[in-house]
Design a protein. Structure first.
Length: 177
């Protein structure tokens, strides 16, 4: 409409605009906005939609800039997330392959172990949270850091039978220094 006014065209303005502005009960500051902050004439109650319209257009431009910035941020974050997803997928695939290799090794080695001994190992491993075997050095279990009784430590050094840590119940072995 401003462009039409500048061009000299005849413009018919609907009076509803002024009525709507009046019903909004805008304050002087609302009418002035940034653009007309220092305007010498009071603008409150002004039904000239042009001044208010210009201020609204400026506010819309500001909102559009903010939205464009947020859209750019969103795009960057989306790209970063997609990149991280690809990295995670690749790592997952590599880890799955490594797990399959380790599972094959486990099957190969476990088939060579006495079944009764393997059963004890699996039971201890499951009960102890994954670590079934612990070294003992200087009469100390290196997993739970508890002292082993002297007689048990001496028996352990002979390596003639299976021993369990009295504290953490793991299978223990003597670690030579």
């Amino acid at each position: 409409m401003i462009e039409l006014l500048k061009s000299g065209a005849i413009v018919i303005e609907d009076g509803a605009m002024g009525t709507m502005v009046q019903q909004a009960r805008l304050s002087e500051e609302d009418y002035r906005g940034e653009r007309f902050r220092d305007h010498p004439t009071p603008l409150e109650g002004c039904t000239d939609g042009g001044a208010v319209l210009l201020e609204c257009l400026e506010q819309m431009d500001d909102v559009e800039r903010v939205l464009a910035d947020r859209a750019n941020e969103y795009e960057k974050l989306s790209e970063q997330i997609n990149s991280e997803k690809q990295t995670i997928a690749q790592e997952t695939e590599e880890n799955s392959k490594r797990l399959a290799e380790l599972d094959n090794e486990w099957k190969t080695f476990s088939s060579k172990i006495d079944p009764q001994l393997l059963k004890i190992y699996i039971m201890v491993r499951d009960k102890a949270g994954g670590i079934a075997v612990a070294p003992v050095k200087d009469a100390v279990c290196y997993v739970c850091n508890m002292n082993i009784p002297s007689q048990m430590y001496n028996d352990l050094r002979r390596c003639d039978s299976l021993k369990f840590c009295p504290s953490c119940q793991r299978i223990i072995y003597w670690k030579d220094t």
